[in-house]
Design a protein around this ligand. Structure first.
Ligand code: SMO
Length: 742
């Protein structure tokens, strides 16, 4: 179809048949970002802003007796010091009660009467410069008495952690089948207990907010967030603002990983102060601020048992998941507890289950979603059980998985926890991995290495990655000249959304991609939407773009003149379940306990892939974070709830040279749950890598009799396990250190 534009040219639609979906086009934003021309929240210029700094709680569980702000108030440049006493009444952050809360927790912007965690904001200092604010925050004195014993931290302690003294705030139980009888009669029962360390999401850009105040009562807020519309809605609710007078802009966001999908007390304080003083306000977290008071991930402790028949078929699963939350709940605080349980029994055909989960409050930093958000925990528990079942039955790790993976004919499959696995061919994907990787030859090579006394191991893991459920918006406008503007309610933090959505729009409209501009992340220019989290932005947000473009094309075909704007609120039919399998080859140094990941191979099915390079980037980035969890990352508190890993000198993040060779392959089965057919891929590597790596290391140490290890597999832990195994087992003793090294 053709129509004349004002210059007399004819912008055409539907002419282009070359597909842009499926091509690895360059990220439109990449050049700016890698050359330092990005614009992050801290780059935003504010006129004469106040700077905000916080005095934080030195105690994990205390009663405030007095807060002395006299000295701080008298310091140069200080405008004000705010405590709970002069804050007035402030609302509370909304929590997604995916599991109903039995025990709502308070949400103080500043500590009110009690100290609930080390690092909790207690007093807010507003000053003319950041340094003045920080100095004055140091001068505020908090008088308090300790209130009692600190809840033990699951995952935070190195050994013997438990939930004693912690408070359950939400719980759920799924049951199906006569689990007890099946366990009684089973040929084999294997069990495992897992402690996930608490992890720091550690985005390159810490939390940041810049608030511009304009009379009368207008706020323009730059916020480093995954969910700008949520920020606006929640700020309006908490501070009783008119949402029409609040504009939230997520400019470039330097990583988020779930940690920036919720609003923080510090950020609410910044907006409160802008209103109170009628001035612009800026707050930027330091790295220490983020370690202390940003949401952390994982920390889940779980135990599970699997009943297996003589032929290696899985019969029944028992699981008990305990997921920590802090003393205040971010929006998605209950998601990890839910995901870590409801995704079980994973990709396997198990019909009888008894799965319990609970969220447990602790006097430590808040816990929220972190890349994977319960998915890695579910995968890890199941894949450790599968590995033990292989040993118990004498089947190979490949064979036992093939025997129990749901066959393609079983799709769609309603799982015993009530989820619908939408599509996929799990068995073919695993076969593609093991064939492509020449698994059989690697087993021979491993056994040969073992013959020389080397600790070589192979590890497999099969993971599921449910993407989010619900709706997202898109507004697509074609102007008089045929130029297309796509405004998405989703947002982005480095996923190259602008390019991927342009690819979708170009294909749907049959036009050159250069004609498409994509904007998102600004509540004024984008329709109200959800954001970039839960592996949902391509599957749901991309489908919204697709549907809007299809409607626009239909209206053009019916002869409507330009400009045309189409608004779509797209709702998916259900979650799209991405999945994949990872194979890891490791060698452990028996003298030092150091783990070397020799090679990693991945096959992922993310459904329809819009841009293979972006999908691969997500898999590699996710893998790096999964490697970090498996080998080195751990938040540590002492038994008084004092943070011992408060800097990047103490908290080990993986570096480029820690990454092994990673071969990424994909398989593509379109999801029937959304228009695009896409599944999630942003969390893939983070979910699959830890289980595969730990399985490989335990396999490497299996000749010594090692059967369990808790992450992170630091050289110290692995060395201890080796020493323990050698002193425990008669075989280990005869296999002397000398003969097994070199
Ligand atoms: S952990 Mo994600 O950003 O839902």
């Amino acid at each position: 179809m053709e129509f004349a534009d004002s210059k007399g040219k004819s912008p055409s639609v539907g002419q282009l048949t070359d597909k842009s979906i499926g091509r690895s086009l360059h990220d439109r934003r990449a050049r700016s970002l890698v050359t330092g021309h990005g614009s992050f929240t801290d780059d935003v210029r504010l006129e004469n802003p106040l700077h905000l700094a916080f005095t934080r709680s030195p105690c994990a569980d205390g009663v405030i007796e007095a807060i002395d702000t006299t000295e701080a108030r008298a310091m140069t440049g200080v405008l004000s010091v705010i405590t709970a006493a002069n804050l007035g009444s402030v609302g509370k952050l909304a929590v997604n009660e995916i599991i109903p809360l039995s025990e709502p927790l308070p949400w103080p912007v500043l500590a009110d009467g009690t100290l609930d965690a080390v690092g909790q904001p207690v007093a807010a200092v507003l000053a003319e410069t950041l340094l003045q604010a920080a100095d004055a925050a140091d001068a505020v004195e908090i008088g308090f008495r300790e209130a009692g014993s600190v809840s033990q931290s699951p995952g935070a302690q190195s050994h013997n952690s438990n939930f004693a003294g912690s408070q359950s705030v939400a719980a759920k139980n799924w049951r199906q089948g006569d689990v007890a009888s099946i366990f009684d009669a089973a040929a084999h029962v294997v069990s495992v207990r897992v402690q996930h360390a608490r992890l720091a999401p550690a985005s390159l850009e810490p939390r940041s907010i810049a608030v511009r105040y304009d009379d009368p009562g207008f706020f323009t807020i730059w916020h480093s967030t995954q969910t700008p519309h949520r920020t606006r809605e929640q700020l309006a609710a908490i501070l009783d603002l008119d949402p029409q007078k609040v504009r939230v802009i997520a400019t470039d966001v330097g990583g988020a990983f779930g940690m920036k999908a919720s609003l923080y007390p510090e950020e609410v304080m910044a907006v409160w102060a802008a209103r109170h003083f009628g001035r612009s306000v800026r707050w930027v977290a330091s790295r220490s601020d983020d370690f202390l008071s940003a949401t952390q991930g994982r920390g889940v402790e779980s135990s599970g048992a699997l009943a297996v028949d003589r032929d290696g078929h899985f019969l029944a699963l028992r699981a008990d998941v305990q997921a920590p939350v802090g003393r205040w709940l971010p929006n998605s605080a209950l998601i990890p507890a839910w995901n870590a349980a409801r995704i079980l029994p994973g990709p396997y055909a198990v019909n009888a289950i008894d799965i319990k989960t609970q969220a447990v409050a602790q006097n430590l930093a808040p816990v929220g979603i972190y890349r994977g958000a319960g998915r890695p925990e579910a995968c890890f528990l199941m894949e450790r059980l599968v590995e033990k079942a292989a040993l118990a039955t004498g089947l190979s790790p490949c064979e036992i998985r093939q025997r129990n993976l749901l066959p393609q004919e079983a799709m769609p499959r309603t799982t015993p926890t009530g989820n619908t696995l939408d599509s996929g061919d799990y068995r073919r994907l695993l076969a593609q991995l093991t064939t492509g990787a020449d698994y059989a030859a690697r087993v021979v090579a491993r056994n040969t290495a073992r013959g020389f006394g080397r600790l070589r191991g192979l590890g497999l893991a099969f993971y599921l990655e449910p993407s989010g459920d619900g709706w997202e918006t898109a507004r697509v406008t074609m102007d008089d000249h045929g130029a297309v503007l796509v405004a998405s309610g989703s947002s982005a933090q480095g996923q190259a959304r602008e390019t991927a959505y342009a690819q979708i729009a170009a294909d749907a409209l049959g036009i050159e991609i250069e004609r498409v501009t994509v904007v998102c992340g600004d509540t004024e220019t984008a329709p109200a939407g959800i954001g970039a989290l839960a592996s949902r932005a391509t599957a749901i947000g991309g489908s919204a773009v697709l549907e809007a473009c299809r409607k626009l094309r239909d209206r053009l075909a019916k002869g409507e003149g330009l400009p045309i704007t189409v608004d779509v609120k797209y709702r998916n039919k259900g979650q799209a379940w991405g999945y994949g399998a990872y194979l890891i080859e490791v060698e452990v140094d028996g003298d030092t306990g150091e783990v070397q990941v020799l090679e990693a191979l991945a096959v992922d099915d993310a459904g329809v892939v819009v841009n293979p390079a972006f999908a691969e980037g997500q898999i590699r980035g996710g893998f790096a974070q999964g490697l970090g969890e498996a080998l080195m990352e751990r938040i540590v508190y002492d038994d008084q709830g004092q943070l011992l890993t408060g800097s990047l000198m103490d908290y080990a993040l993986p570096r480029a040279d820690d990454m092994p060779s990673l071969t990424v392959q994909t398989m593509e089965t379109a999801s029937p749950m959304n228009s695009l057919g896409a599944k999630g891929v942003g969390e893939a590597g983070t979910i699959g890598a830890p289980a595969a790596i730990v399985n490989a290391v335990i396999d490497a140490l299996s000749p010594l009799g090692v059967t369990d290890l808790q992450m992170p597999l630091t050289p110290h832990r692995v060395w201890q396990a080796i020493q323990q195994a050698r002193s425990d087992s008669p075989a280990g003793k005869s296999d002397s250190k000398e003969s097994s090294s070199i």
